[in-house]
Design a protein around this ligand. Structure first.
Ligand code: PGA
Length: 254
């Protein structure tokens, strides 16, 4: 990597070890600031992380009662009550398993009557809290981060977006096929992530190897939205398992 880039990467043998490091970062953030503003991603990648956090909570190692949580994204037109929404998924996988206070949980308002205005209001609410203390995010096979798809801008904020056919295809693997797959979404923007005091990018599995290589070793630009996270410099930490990191140059791996 060019020497002026001061982000870090840790490559772990497997997804479990990657998730342990991510969980440590979440706990460290909350211990340092019990009312920290955090986000965690949806998808398959964070499932181990959620299990570890739920266990650490059950063991009394962490108290989420003061934590402010903002979700990253959801499919347009879906309220959190619909089974195929990312919000419903996030509730089941994580939110309902720890003691977050309901008033501290902010969910991407993709089901709002006026989603454009609701996105702007969500952005203002996040900014009013000072933005994220910790943003843990994943990477899509096409390099997207949350639903910031290729061609997005580095200064993008929370907004309504069109999904690429690649992302729609990826989503359909998780989707109940009796329902139409949404082609639009509401997502937190790249700028919201870059404003975070700490960003952790998770990548697990061989299906992410090409996207991760391009995000970290290619040019910073909208072709691979996750590459923009490098602009956060030392505030970015990449946690990748060996499969996801398998196409990176040796020199990058610490
Ligand atoms: P995944 O999704 O964790 O299910 O691979 C990541 C993403 O597309 O952002």
């Amino acid at each position: 990597m060019p020497h002026h880039e001061s982000w870090r990467i840790t490559v772990t043998p497997d997804a479990e070890a990657m998730s342990e490091l991510a969980a440590d970062a979440v706990l460290e953030t909350i211990r340092g600031r019990p009312d920290a503003v955090i986000t965690l991603p949806t998808g398959a990648t964070p499932l181990h992380l959620f299990d570890i956090l739920a266990r650490r909570y059950a063991d009394g190692d962490v108290d989420f009662s003061g934590v402010r949580f903002f979700s990253l994204d959801d499919y347009l037109g879906l309220t959190g009550d619909e089974p195929n929404s990312l919000t419903a998924w996030l509730r089941k996988a994580f939110l309902d398993r720890v003691n977050l206070a309901p008033e501290n949980v902010h969910l991407a308002p993709a089901g709002a009557e006026d989603p454009v205005e609701a996105a702007a209001a969500y952005d203002r609410a996040l900014s009013a809290y000072g933005g994220f203390d910790l943003a843990v995010v994943g990477i899509g096979g096409n390099g997207h981060v949350a639903f910031n798809e290729p061609d997005c801008a580095a200064d993008s904020r929370t907004r309504v977006v069109d999904l690429t056919s690649e992302t729609v295809a990826q989503a359909s693997a998780y989707w109940n096929d009796t329902l139409p797959i949404p082609t639009r979404a509401l997502t937190v923007g790249i700028a919201n992530m870059l404003e975070s005091k700490r960003i952790i990018l998770l990548a697990s599995g061989r299906a992410k190897a090409v996207a991760l290589q391009r995000a970290l070793e290619g040019p910073v630009g909208s072709e691979i939205p996750a590459s923009f996270l490098r602009l956060a410099a030392s505030r970015l930490e990449v946690l990748a398992d060996a499969d996801a990191a398998s196409l990176l140059q040796k020199g990058i791996v610490s």
